[in-house]
Design a protein around this ligand. Structure first.
Ligand code: CUA
Length: 342
């Protein structure tokens, strides 16, 4: 039985190639470290798919390469190959098996999604604001951070919104990805399980500086979180008190960096996404509607809180989000800083 021998050899080769391919994929270390409870079911599913991919790769490549080597046309043999006219049994088998696999994967995927979306009613909440091109994290206790601090082993519900276009919140170590859609609040639940520093990056092309739209995500112990949290509260109170007094250009300069103004407005006269702040105060600013306005304190404050009210000629109407989350004193600090840029 010459045929039987070929089948046995091919069978063994498929097994060997499957295993080698699977361990080859694992050796590539395609997945970053898993840092959340929700990463586990996703990685389990990835593993299952790596196994299936390895097996199907072998099932296709082994018979193909084997045939190329052992069933080559002999030198001088010009005769036709045997004429094969369908094979009902084979066709039933190769329809039924993939059908079963696909249905099984569907059921497994749904079960997996259920685990990933599991709700902990005790979950803390943080508001995530994405904009061109940065992230801001607003904590319910009333302070805002440019870093997302999270306590380990506690579920947090991120309520996400975009100020301009569609962005996507993605921390590869958490595995899950969720879009931020203008005019809508989307949710993202995560339970960090590994202390460390990660990075959220925007995973939806959103303009010129999409590639730089990233922020630190820091997972710390419960104690460190409480300490950080109290420190932020203290700083926020301090900043509010300080700003309530006399406006200060130094604080304004710090806000220029922390609040993200720096991403679009230069202070050296160069043109950015937005107009430069150099020599802006009390200058005459041409507007898109053909009129012009003097850049006094009222105009600057309005442009920070309601940027599209008066659009500067040559700039995009909805390019800038409102910074209305800033306290009145902070707006005055920023204006004081702009005044100092002669
Ligand atoms: Cu935001 Cu890409």
């Amino acid at each position: 039985m010459q045929n039987k021998k070929h089948f046995i050899i091919i069978g063994i080769l498929i097994l060997v190639v499957s295993v080698v391919t699977y361990y080859g994929i694992l050796a590539l270390n395609l997945l970053p470290v898993a840092a959340a409870v929700q990463s586990q079911p996703i990685d389990w599913l990835f593993d299952l798919e790596f196994k299936l991919i390895s097996f199907f790769f072998a099932v296709i490549m082994v018979p193909l390469v084997y045939s190329l080597i052992f069933f080559r046309q002999k030198e001088g043999d010009d005769s036709d190959g045997p004429h094969v006219e369908g094979h009902t049994k084979l066709e039933l088998v190769w329809t039924a098996i993939p059908l079963i696999i696909v249905i099984a994967l569907g059921i497994i995927g749904a079960e997996n999604l259920k685990q990933v979306l599991a709700v902990d009613p005790q979950a803390a909440q943080v508001k995530v604001v994405g904009y061109q091109w940065g992230w801001r994290f607003e904590y319910p206790e009333g302070f805002t951070s440019t870093k997302l601090y999270l306590p380990v082993d506690k579920q947090v519900l991120l309520k996400m919104e975009s100020l301009d276009v569609i962005h996507s919140f993605w921390v590869p170590e958490f595995r899950i990805k969720q879009d931020l859609v203008p005019g809508q609040i989307t949710e993202y639940r995560i339970t960090p399980s590994l202390i460390g520093e990660y990075k959220v990056r925007c995973a939806e092309i959103c303009g010129n500086e999409h590639a730089y739209m990233e922020s630190p995500v820091v997972v710390v112990s419960q104690e460190d979180y409480v300490a950080w949290h109290d420190e932020q509260l203290r700083l926020a109170k301090e900043a509010e008190l300080a700003s309530a007094g006399k406006p200060d250009a130094g604080r304004g300069q710090a806000l220029y960096v922390e609040s993200g103004c720096k991403a679009c407005h230069s202070v050296d006269g160069s043109k950015g996404v937005g107009p430069t702040w150099k020599a802006l105060y009390m200058s005459s600013v041409p507007l898109a509607d053909g009129t012009s306005v003097t850049a006094d304190e009222a105009f600057l404050a309005e442009s920070i809180l309601n940027p599209s009210a008066k659009v500067v000629a040559g700039y995009n109407a909805n390019a800038m989000p409102s910074f209305s989350y800033l306290k009145e004193g902070q707006v005055n600090d920023i204006i004081e800083y702009i005044k100092s840029l002669k």
